[in-house]
Design a protein around this ligand. Structure first.
Ligand SMILES: [Zn+2]
Length: 240
């Protein structure tokens, strides 16, 4: 089978791993969980571990191109900088709509984040002439698997994965015209993930180290396409 991923240089759609560390504790050499898919200069960020805005900057992805944010689950190594990413992108000049997607209570988290930072936001609106931030952000809570959204660049589909006690936890599949990319989030062996990732070109699978790590990783990888298996690069950790 010929991997479409092999033509990466000519591909329009790119996956950049911004962080692959496991667990919320900051590490010297690895950044926390985050990745971005860039398609036609539109940034789709999946998970927002600590430092995601800086990691995007280091990767050369302008924060002003942020359009969608997807959260796989509410562990802090995946969402610690969820609000910060949007806030800092706005301070950098973002003035266009951002849609965010994830499990409950992402709506409440977003509302409280803006409330917590009202002082700075209001100051920048009055002193720097920035547009109001909250109206730019449209939050969508996801409770089950299925089509999440689609636009001119990608169709995004979610699947429930197994990450107790965090329920729900999601994997996301991005189908672009030139490739399909699957982001697993954290998960134990999951039939839903296997089904979601079937035929994908690239996958980023994260598993927990505790108890039978290799078996879990193999089981999830087994049903992915040969291309996807070669690209698996998520974290394996003792903590979530
Ligand atoms: Zn987790």
């Amino acid at each position: 089978m010929r991997c479409r991923a092999a033509t990466a240089q000519s591909a329009v759609t790119r996956l950049i791993l911004l962080g692959t560390a496991g667990g919320p504790r900051p590490q010297k050499a690895r950044a926390a969980s985050a990745q971005v898919i860039v398609s036609k200069n539109v940034a789709y960020v999946i998970d927002c571990g600590d430092g995601v805005a800086r990691q995007l900057t280091l990767a050369g992805v302008p924060l002003t191109t942020l359009r969608h944010v997807f959260i796989t689950h509410h562990h802090s190594d995946h969402n610690a900088d969820y609000g910060n990413l949007i806030w800092l992108a706005w301070t950098t000049g973002l003035s266009t709509r951002v849609d965010t997607w994830g499990p409950p209570p992402i709506e409440k988290m977003t509302k409280l984040f803006f409330e917590m930072n009202t002082y700075d936001i209001d100051t920048r609106i009055s002193n720097e002439g920035r547009v109001p931030l909250a109206p730019l952000v449209h939050v969508h809570e996801i409770r089950g698997g299925g089509v999440v959204m689609s636009d001119d660049n990608v169709k995004v589909t979610s699947a429930l994965v197994d990450h107790p006690p965090v329920v729900p936890a999601f994997a996301y599949r991005f189908d672009a015209r030139d490739r399909s990319i699957v982001i697993s989030g954290d998960t134990a062996p999951s039939d839903n993930l296997v089904k979601l990732a079937r035929g994908a070109d690239v996958s980023n699978v994260s598993t927990r180290r505790r108890s039978n790590r290799r078996g879990r990783r193999r089981q999830n990888a087994r049903a992915l396409s040969p291309c996807a298996r070669r690209r698996s690069a998520g974290h394996r950790s003792d903590v979530d």
